[in-house]
Design a protein around this ligand. Structure first.
Ligand code: CA
Ligand code: CA
Length: 121
């Protein structure tokens, strides 16, 4: 009977462990989406695998700074009448540039791909 008792105890222990793991992962799921590996590499200053508030603030500031820089670069380049914003005509110029850049990138990719492919005989 003693053996049976210890088996029960182990079984209950395992069950409790299972519950704990399930609850923990459910809690994890409820949390915000996990930061990407790249974000962690860049912003996880204390390397604990999560971005705490300070680290997230750094990330957000970085993203905001980048967005601002992009916006300013676009204005510098496309704001022909210097009114601080892009009107339809100015946007159209930007779009044409963007499309051209995209097409160029695509062509480059395809050229690389073609170069990689073995020659067919
Ligand atoms: Ca961290
Ligand atoms: Ca303008």
């Amino acid at each position: 009977m003693k053996d049976l008792n210890s088996i029960w105890r182990i079984a209950l222990g395992l069950l409790a462990l299972l519950f704990a793991v399930t609850i923990t992962s459910a809690e994890d799921m409820a949390k915000e989406k996990k930061p990407s590996k790249a974000a962690l590499e860049k912003y996880d200053a204390n390397k604990d695998g999560v971005l705490d508030e300070a680290e997230q603030a750094t990330q957000k500031a970085d993203i905001a700074a980048k967005a601002k820089a992009t916006k300013e670069a676009n204005l510098a380049k496309y704001d022909a009448n210097k009114d601080g914003k892009l009107d339809e005509a100015e946007k159209a110029v930007k779009k044409a540039d963007d499309d051209a850049a995209k097409a160029a990138m695509k062509a480059e990719k395809e050229a690389k791909k073609a170069a990689k492919e073995p020659e067919r005989k």
